[in-house]
Design a protein. Structure first.
Length: 118
């Protein structure tokens, strides 16, 4: 099983980035996995940023990113996205893709660095 994130980088405050996470090697159809994005800043614990369910595609966001970030998925491409707008310096972190199967097995990507700085 592989989750490969991309799209991170250096962006100025107020800018935008779109992260992608492509999954491969799953035992079950991609559409049966709940997908999430987490982030971890230096010296802080990993926190949930956004999640999208396998059934119905309902979404959940951390209060700190509501109205700025949007999570979406393309099951045909085994990909989950995180559109990040109005970026702030406090969004600086390593962003991780997470997948949870319907039998509660969890998988993580290797992470992609997002730095917001002028």
């Amino acid at each position: 099983v592989q989750l490969v994130e991309s799209g991170g980088g250096l962006e100025q405050p107020g800018g935008s980035l779109r992260l992608s996470c492509v999954a491969s090697g799953f035992a079950f159809r991609y559409s049966t996995y709940d997908m999430s994005w987490y982030r971890q800043a230096p010296g802080k614990e990993r926190e949930l940023v956004a999640a999208i369910s396998r059934v119905g595609g309902s979404t959940t966001y951390a209060d700190s990113v509501k109205g700025r970030f949007t999570i979406s998925r393309d099951n045909a491409k085994n990909t989950v996205y995180l559109q990040m707008n109005s970026l702030k310096p406090e969004d600086t972190a390593v962003y991780y893709c997470n997948a949870v199967s319907f039998i509660a097995r969890t998988y993580w990507g290797q992470g992609t660095q997002v730095t917001v700085s002028s």
